[in-house]
Ligand binder design. Structure first.
Ligand code: NDP
Length: 599
């Protein structure tokens, strides 16, 4: 179906689609909500241990640094880099992993690629002097780039790895934070930046018998190459002769499954909800094209992508891929420019129509690729496009044409029913396997200050979560009254985008600029007034998009709290482009004066 000759839905077709989406959602909803999962901790802690870097013993550290950055993923790295550029010398980076890279440190499964174009996803390319090799970069290239940033900005020198911050406590007399860690460290820091990510802790389905399985098992974010052989490019030769089950068909499962299928004797794919799988079209970046790039090229591409995917207008689409095409289609439908003859009745539902058309294309693609009609039917997603993370692959659907791959649909049983010593059970059916790989995703927001795993005590010992007892309170998402010199990176009361690294880069730039200005003016404390904080809380309340109805109608997943969305959305409604402009204006036109304090 071409977007240029859009299908005109009859009212009965629209009603049928809406009813089908509702039915599929109801079939999938589970009363336990997020309670259906198990943490990869305690007796299941082995699912989360670091298979890549050996943990070495070291003496506890007792000293002082100017800036502590918690998190060595792109948020932390960008903060470290921007602080260096702003002239801050004394920077300590902290991470629970054994090296830099964040999600790209942990996720090294075969087939791993970033589904956002590398020229806009991989940050600081011009600063590091690197042009990616692939349009959609493999994970290892991204991880190495993260390490290159750390080297370039001298962030290894004072880094502490395999170390988790356990408490932050503010001392008003010295205007410093005291930081303690699980390695017995206790040190002081003028500034603390927290960028500990939101999808970090692997989760497992809470299925009966999971602990009794005698075969091999691991989570995709801790891939066991010792067992499978091969590497991120595949070649999992040790799976020869093995029957393997992969549980989960989200963005990770889609990338892993074609590689396991190639090398296992038989692969069972346990699917609960099919993903939308669009064209990938990955290809090497042409060095001749790269040679034409002028300084500022990455900024231009990043801004162009962000504008288009957040619904803005750009004269030219520099990236022109699945993300921007869908966003452009939706925007064109919304303004009616694609089809000026569209009826008044349709006009009321333009957004929904664009969505239906997109998902019809996605479902038609399944029929084009998958030869067995029954299997094709099971692989079709019946929900709105952004209910789940869209995925892209030119290998995944093709995998189901292999005779050694079986798709097991688990929607009616709410997922796999049980594990026995030797088998995965779905309803009454047993599937004997040698290995079970969980591509079952991550707990949302489990790390960091929001979940309480990192207690923060501000002025007069006030716990941050007490200050936030009626909901988060901050100025621009970065800092709170009573918690000086502490900055949060992340989406809370800030901006969001599918290219989250772009948002993180703006956050890092902002934080470093504020700290540099504090140094210039000799301010010891950076802290919003109670009034400024309240104004921002009000702004968020007034502008936050009302996504509740959309989310409540969506098929369950981590986007909507497994079918129970939060009533309040905590992001800045006008979107990241406007927000970044607002921050620049705030820095340049006096807003900053309100947060800089001498004593
Ligand atoms: P997801 O949470 O998206 O997927 C988990 C999968 O496990 C789902 O298919 C889920 O089914 C399934 N599942 C959970 N419990 C059961 C059960 N009891 N029985 C059967 N199936 C079950 O995790 P992912 O790791 O795939 O992705 C997480 C996020 O990581 C993505 O949304 C994306 O943001 C990011 N990511 C990004 C990539 C990129 O290229 N930028 C690549 C990979 C991941 P159901 O849908 O029914 O709940």
């Amino acid at each position: 179906m071409s977007p240029h000759s859009p299908h005109r839905y009859r009212p009965d077709e629209l009603a049928a689609l809406r009813a089908r989406y509702q039915r599929e959602r109801d079939r999938r909803i589970r009363p336990e909500g997020t309670g259906q999962y198990r943490r990869a901790a305690g007796e299941f802690g082995y699912y989360a241990t670091d298979p890549y870097t050996e943990r070495t013993e070291r003496e506890p550290v007792h000293d002082r640094v100017e800036a502590l950055v918690i998190g060595g993923g792109f948020g932390g790295l960008l903060t470290g880099a921007r602080l260096r550029q702003a002239g801050v010398r004394d920077i300590r980076m902290l991470d629970e992993a054994g090296d830099f890279g964040g999600t790209w440190y942990w996720n090294r499964y075969p087939g791993i690629h970033c589904d956002i174009e590398s020229t806009v996803y991989m940050p600081l390319l011009e600063e590091v002097g690197y042009v990616p090799q692939w349009r959609y970069a493999p994970g290892e290239e991204i991880r190495r780039h993260a390490m290159a940033i750390a080297k370039q900005f001298d962030l290894y020198a004072d880094a502490l790895f395999h170390t988790r911050a356990t408490e932050l406590r503010w001392n008003d007399d010295t205007a410093e934070w005291t930081v303690t860690t699980d390695r017995g460290d206790r040190f002081r820091a003028r500034y603390v930046m927290v960028s500990s990510g939101t999808l970090t802790q692997p989760k497992l389905p809470g299925i009966p018998g999971i602990e009794t399985f005698r075969g091999h098992t691991f989570h995709t974010s801790r891939w066991d190459y010792g067992y499978t052989g091969g590497d991120q490019d595949g070649g999992l030769h040790k799976l020869a002769g093995k029957r393997v089950g992969v549980v989960g068909t989200g963005a990770t499962g889609i990338q892993v499954i074609p590689h396991v299928a190639r090398d296992a004797e038989h692969l069972y794919v346990f699917q609960r909800t099919p993903s939308s799988v669009d064209v990938r079209d990955n290809r090497p970046i042409d060095p001749a094209w790269a040679a034409t790039l002028k300084p500022g090229w990455q900024r231009e591409r990043m801004d162009n992508f962000l504008t288009i995917v957040t619904g803005g207008h750009a004269d030219q689409d520099l990236i022109d891929d699945g993300w921007t095409a869908t966003a452009r289609l939706q925007r064109q439908m919304l303004t009616g420019t694609l089809d000026p003859t569209i009826s008044a009745e349709e006009r009321d539902h333009l957004d929904e129509l664009a969505d239906f058309r997109k998902m019809d294309q996605i479902r038609a693609r399944v029929d084009e690729i998958v030869t067995d009609p029954a299997t094709a039917e099971l692989l079709k997603p019946w929900y709105r496009y952004m209910c789940k993370r869209p995925t892209f692959s030119d290998l995944y659907l093709q995998t189901f044409n292999r005779p050694d791959v079986t798709l097991v649909d688990t929607a009616d049983t709410g997922g796999i029913t049980a594990l026995t010593e030797t088998a995965v059970v779905v309803g009454q059916q047993r599937y004997e396997v040698d290995c079970v790989i969980f591509a079952t995703g991550f707990e949302v927001g489990i790390s960091g200050v929001v979940s309480g795993t990192l207690p923060v005590h501000g002025r007069d010992g006030l716990p941050l979560l007490d200050h936030w007892r009626n909901g988060p309170r901050s100025l621009h998402g970065f800092s709170s009254h009573g918690f000086p010199n502490l900055f949060h990176l992340g989406a809370l009361q800030n901006a969001a985008s599918v290219n989250f690294v772009h948002v993180l880069q703006e956050q890092a730039t902002h934080i470093a600029a504020v700290i540099a200005e504090a140094a210039r003016r000799g301010a010891r404390r950076i802290e919003p007034t109670a009034e400024a904080e309240q104004r921002w809380v009000d702004t968020i309340r007034e502008t936050a998009p009302d996504t509740f109805t959309f989310q409540a109608d969506c098929t369950p997943g981590y986007y909507n709290g497994e079918g129970r969305p939060r009533p309040v959305n905590n992001s800045f409604g006008p979107g990241p482009v406007v927000f970044h402009e607002l921050l620049r204006d705030w820095r340049e036109n006096g807003g900053i004066d309100e947060v800089l304090h001498a004593g």
